[in-house]
Design a protein around this ligand. Structure first.
Ligand SMILES: Cc1ncc(COP(=O)(O)O)c(C=O)c1O
Length: 259
């Protein structure tokens, strides 16, 4: 750690956010997490990360009104269509909503405001049968009461605005990845993860990172980066040979360092 440099405020904030994300991932039993500016942003990114114009997804109709509006109105304007299903329907009726271009199934552990309990195990089985991940908004339950990954969910979202921050005074959100969904087993459905990304030096995320989607493994790189910090009197220093830099150098070239 001899060749160090003082870190910027941005890097300091990144390290702090990374610590919060790591704690939420740990609470949920996931492999990584990404913080967002709100719960609404978390739900948007969780779906938008795997859906593009022309795609479709299935969602429980017992979800928070803002999310209902986001999915049914705003995402429709982006060319992403969803079908609302009543979780009380029988399997046959719900499964009829899945199409060849369906990319995920979404529900809330305990719905806001109805308080309906989502049968995660049942809906995970259904999602997986159709080759898509189950995304569960765990805002109301929190990982203290329910850990959706233990029941088969693949991705968890949170509005940390509510119970997670302990005082509901700050708007925030999080997306947590279980690392369990095998994207490459359904490569045709998820080109954003399973085909080279032209905007990122032709990197194929699912190949480079195995079963974890990009933000989860990227998070791990950041974690390595964070661990490379050391306290030297009151100045933090970073080792430029740390894993994070090595990885980006290997995959993306020098210009990505630290970005
Ligand atoms: C279950 C659930 N998810 C997401 C949201 C949106 O969260 P935020 O207000 O942080 O954007 C809410 C807000 O009430 C919610 O109840």
């Amino acid at each position: 750690m001899s060749a160090g440099r003082a870190i910027s405020i941005e890097e300091d904030i990144l390290a702090r956010n990374d610590a919060v994300a790591a704690k939420i991932a740990e609470l949920e039993g996931g492999v990584g997490a990404m913080l967002t500016s709100s719960g609404q942003a978390a739900n948007f990114y969780a779906v938008f990360n795997i859906c593009q114009a022309g795609d479709h997804f299935v969602t429980s109709n017992t979800i928070y009104g803002g999310t209902y509006n986001l999915f049914g109105v705003t995402m429709k304007k982006l060319g992403i269509e969803c079908t609302f299903v009543d979780p009380e329907w029988d399997d046959k009726r719900i499964e009829a909503a899945f199409r060849p271009n369906t990319k995920c199934f979404f529900g809330e552990t305990i719905s806001n405001p109805g308080g309906h309990v989502f049968d995660i195990e049942r809906f995970a089985r259904m999602a997986h049968k159709h080759g898509v991940p189950l995304i569960v908004d765990n805002t109301f339950a929190t990982p203290i009461n329910c850990r959706p990954f233990e029941w088969g969910a693949d991705i968890v979202t949170h509005s940390t605005t509510k119970y997670m921050d302990g005082h509901a005074t700050s708007v925030g959100g999080a997306i947590v990845d279980s690392g369990n969904f095998d994207w490459n087993a359904h490569a045709d459905k998820f080109p954003g993860l399973c085909q080279p990304d032209e905007s990122y030096h032709g990197l194929t995320y699912a190949d480079a990172f195995g079963k974890d989607p990009e933000f989860a493994r990227f998070y791990r790189s950041l974690e390595a980066y964070r661990r490379s910090f050391s306290q030297k009197s009151d100045v933090m220093v970073v080792d430029p040979s740390a894993d994070f830099f090595s990885y980006l150098k290997k995959e993306g070239g020098e210009q990505n360092n630290g970005s």
